[in-house]
Design a protein around this ligand. Structure first.
Ligand code: NIG
Ligand code: FE
Length: 412
């Protein structure tokens, strides 16, 4: 397929650019008045309209006059496999209860776990598929999905098998993270070591044997998993080649960021609470700081210090955190808008953070995240737009007209 008359081809990074650190995030190379050739599911070539190859007349052609072409969003942090939404908590939240108070009153992760334990694999696959189709229509072309609503060996495996089915059923790259350390199940409330032993001695070996996860994750937070408990799990997972992606500093400055860096985490995610030490620790680190502004927006917690992280030369990514409790939305367009409006990122920074750096946070930079020859042709074409900034500016409204996956128009 050939796409012609593209007003701006966005994110034309050199192929060897794997991620953008610090102020490199300002650079979002754009080719104006361009064509883009897709072949065998990949980006074959591109260039200015003046250099359109004459042999292209025979090709299936899409005229993108006035439109922008972007690499698909790379959403590196989601929890889209769950049994039921939690609107009942929405009312409590509106009445002024905090995320922690709702969790302590029997809502939260344990509520989702009860429901998931009673759901079948087919039911979970069906409902997650609907969510994923919506996300794809909103421009997501690669994502990571976590377990963590099972909290028993059987149900965590069930969740991961659902993710495995999603990997096979959908035409986009998907990574899976084992997040059994999401909350202590009621029966282990007073026996943390018992649950950790279960994760280390039973779950991780089974997950590794069936190759059900790419990463290990933990909710390292006061009232959830302590630094010491998290470290035990990360060490056990490392023996099976599972690298960490950690929930860090969502509700407090806990040391979780530094712990992640020590364990060579691919990313530390959330970071709504930071201090100078956190910023310094991420400076020059290859551990990516993944920020989730939709979560801050929904549960009214501080927005992460994106500017400070960028100034400290960290690698900043943006992701949705789509889950039934803290972020009931997987719309990456809104995430990018919040990146600009609330994290004070420029449109260029936010778009880079949600594409090339999101890809890096899933170790998928060789496949997706930018417009480069040989990468997967996972793209979105906007409606006619006046400028790049119109995309995040028009928050809550999708500007995406056409989604292309593996070189073909996605009809869902
Ligand atoms: O990333 N923080 C922990 N996990 C999720 C929320 C889980 C839930 O409330 O169901 C998050 O925000
Ligand atoms: Fe999360």
């Amino acid at each position: 397929m050939l796409i012609t008359n593209i007003k701006a081809l966005v994110g034309v990074h050199p192929k060897e650019t794997y991620f953008l650190r610090g102020s490199e995030l300002n650079q979002l190379p754009v080719l104006e008045n361009a064509w883009l050739l897709l072949e065998n599911g990949l980006i074959k070539d591109f260039g200015p309209m003046g250099s359109l190859p004459s042999s292209s007349a025979k090709l299936e052609t899409l005229d993108a006059k006035g439109r922008f072409v972007f690499p698909s969003w790379c959403d590196s942090h989601t929890h889209i496999v769950f049994a039921a939404p939690r609107e009942e908590e929405f009312a409590l939240k509106i009445a002024g209860k905090t995320y922690e108070e709702i969790a302590a009153a029997g809502g939260g992760i344990l509520n989702s776990a009860n429901k998931l334990q009673n759901a079948t694999e087919d039911e979970l696959f069906e409902s997650a598929s609907i969510r994923l189709k919506d996300m794809i229509k909103q421009g997501t072309g690669a994502l990571e999905i976590k377990s963590g609503y099972g909290l028993t060996v059987e149900s965590e495996l069930k969740m991961l098998r659902v993710i495995q089915r999603l990997k096979a059923a959908f035409p986009i790259p998907i990574k899976a993270s084992l997040l059994a350390a999401h909350a202590y199940p009621a029966e282990f409330k007073e026996d943390h070591q018992g649950y950790i032993n279960l994760i280390i001695n039973e779950l991780i070996p089974l997950v590794a044997q069936e190759k059900l996860a790419d990463y290990i994750d933990a909710f390292c937070e006061k009232g959830f998993f302590s630094l010491e408990e998290t470290a035990l799990i990360l060490e056990a997972a490392a023996k099976y080649g599972l690298k960490p992606k950690i929930h860090a500093n969502q509700l407090s400055v806990s040391g979780a960021v530094q712990l992640g860096i020590q364990h060579q985490a691919v990313s530390v995610d959330h970071l709504e609470e930071t201090d100078e030490e956190v910023l310094t620790s991420l400076s020059e680190s290859n551990t990516i700081a993944t920020l989730l502004p939709s979560c801050s927006f929904y549960i009214n917690i501080p927005f992460a210090n994106a500017k400070g992280l960028i100034e400290h030369n960290a690698i900043v990514a943006l992701a949705s955190d789509y889950n039934p409790g803290s972020t009931p939305s997987g719309n990456m367009n809104f995430v990018v808008s919040l990146g600009c409006i609330k994290l004070k990122m420029t449109p260029q920074q936010a778009i880079n953070a949600a594409t090339i750096n999101g890809a890096a946070a899933m170790e998928l930079s060789e496949q997706v995240g930018s417009i480069a020859i040989g990468k997967r042709a996972n793209l979105m074409i906007t409606r006619p737009m006046t400028s790049l900034a119109y995309l995040p500016y028009s928050f809550g409204q999708s500007q995406i007209e056409t989604v292309i996956l593996n070189g073909e128009i996605y009809h869902g």
